[in-house]
Design a protein around this ligand. Structure first.
Ligand code: FAD
Length: 432
């Protein structure tokens, strides 16, 4: 009998629990640890922040779904992972032992690394649905008394899509409210050029995104390092290639949303051999930790080196389709280990992304994720907004159904070159 524990019930962890349950032998058990019973579809957070969605439309309670799937579901957060004793200690003091652990804890949002950054200080966030709700309340107040807006991403961010999406969505919403003419907008980013996205661009995202910003009268500052934020002003340094300061900007604002730097969560931060200095989990080509081979990791918590040197730190994004490739490979690899075989499936890490602009958008495909690539394609159009709405419905249906969908799944399995069912699915005992 093997105990498989999945830590983190977000996008990656929830799908991991679903896919792993199909790989168990009858005697194996699976436990999912989440910080709450609610799954929230973060890609819809930018819409929550302008009132186009409400929390209840993008939130799913996982309790009944997990029970139906015989997945033991704990909703107390973990305080620490101990890979030497193969135990996860919970905040209530209880210990959860494991034979195989999959870490899917996403990022800790490191607002504290920049003075004045974050929803407890002077800038809004859309990284959690609760943050997006607060951002909407502030946006409503802002619209009563419009002024300058500063949006974008801080140094060390590894998620640029939502920053661009939110800038364009805010622009769309302000035009709908007929107050756009009263709002100077500036986009601030550590990327060396617009449309870099942490991927050194995909297709011609540089031209597409620059032209979109120009068309919408949004100014930008690249190679930007935020020094500090005051209640109505952001201090930003524009950095030269040699690391010197090219220009210091004091940007006044009445409303600001900045994506914060990411680091690993406290439950794993600083564990020798498990994490890198930023607290991200080290993984080999099979998503397995080299020091602790019983530990796998998926999603934003995985350590991926940057595409190359940039004047200001720019992280590689871990997007939905890429995370699904990690999930599918990990489920198959643990399934193999349970049957006395070695892991044999490598995730593709390919990126397929829809970036919504509220009234249009950009889609890009990067295969493989980092250049040089076999597929390096980006396109824009009004249809992308509709496609993103469709994807939201599709994804939430998949989470509620407690299963991976044939369409997305089959495409992924084909990419990974594995048959639909690697191991015959067997009924397993009720867990927990
Ligand atoms: P998360 O979904 O963040 O899940 C991590 C979970 O672990 C959380 O529920 C957290 O509470 C839990 N956790 C952490 N620590 C503990 C602990 N100690 N104990 C218990 N639980 C713990 N990607 C796309 O492909 N397309 C998009 O359109 C897109 N839009 C995005 C929009 C936003 C605003 C953001 C922030 C990201 C977006 N992404 C998008 C990127 C990515 O797909 C998401 O960030 C995705 O949610 C990452 O999945 P994850 O499982 O790695 O982390």
């Amino acid at each position: 009998m093997a105990e498989i524990v999945v830590l983190g019930a977000g996008l990656g962890g929830t799908l991991m629990a679903y896919e792993m349950s199909d790989q168990l032998r009858p005697e194996d058990r699976i436990t999912l640890i989440g910080s709450s019973s609610a799954y929230q579809f973060y890609p819809s957070n930018p819409w929550v922040a302008v009132g186009w969605r409400q929390r209840k439309e993008i939130e799913v309670d996982l309790t009944a779904i997990m029970r139906k799937k015989n997945i033991s579901f704990l909703t107390t957060s973990a305080s620490r992972v101990d890979p030497k004793t193969k135990t996860v200690t919970m905040t209530d003091g209880t210990a959860v032992p494991y034979d195989y652990l999959v870490i899917a804890t996403g990022p800790e949002l490191a607002f504290d690394e920049i003075p004045g950054l974050g929803p407890d200080a002077h800038t809004m966030s859309i990284c959690e649905t609760g943050h997006a709700e607060a951002a909407f309340a502030a946006f409503e107040a802002f619209c009563q008394n419009p002024g300058p807006i500063v949006l974008g991403a801080a140094q060390g961010v590894s998620c640029f899509g939502p920053a661009y999406e939110f800038a364009f969505i805010v622009d769309t919403e302000l035009r709908r409210r007929k107050i756009r003419d009263r709002v100077p907008m500036t986009f601030v980013t550590p990327e060396p050029y617009i449309g870099h996205l942490g991927l050194d661009g995909v297709g011609d995202t540089k031209t597409l995104m620059e032209s979109e910003l120009r068309n919408r009268h949004i100014k930008w500052i690249t190679n930007a390092r935020i020094k500090s934020v005051e209640s109505d002003q952001m201090h930003v340094e524009e950095i030269n290639d040699d690391g010197s300061v090219k220009m210091a900007h004091a940007l006044p604002f009445s409303y600001s949303m900045m994506m914060p730097p990411f680091r690993g969560v406290p439950a794993v931060f600083g564990i020798e051999g498990l994490t890198n200095p930023r607290g991200f989990i080290l993984a080999d080509a099979f998503q397995r930790n080299p020091t602790y081979p019983d530990v796998f990791s998926i999603g934003v918590c995985v350590a991926i080196p940057p595409t190359g040197k940039t004047p200001v730190p720019v992280g590689v994004p871990k997007t939905g389709f890429m995370i699904e490739s990690m999930v599918t490979a990990t489920a198959h690899n643990i399934g193999a280990l349970l049957r006395g075989k070695e892991p044999d499936i490598k995730p593709t890490w390919n990126a397929i992304c829809l970036a919504d602009f509220g009234d249009g958008g950009v889609v890009f495909v990067a295969q493989p994720q980092l250049p040089p690539r076999n597929v390096n394609w980006a396109a824009e159009g009004k249809w992308v907004h509709l496609a993103k709405v469709g994807f939201e419905k599709y994804f939430l249906r998949k989470i509620k159904a407690g299963t991976s969908e044939p369409f997305y799944e089959r495409y992924l399995l084909k990419q990974l070159k594995i048959p639909k069912i690697h191991h015959p699915v067997q009924p397993h005992k009720k867990a927990g």
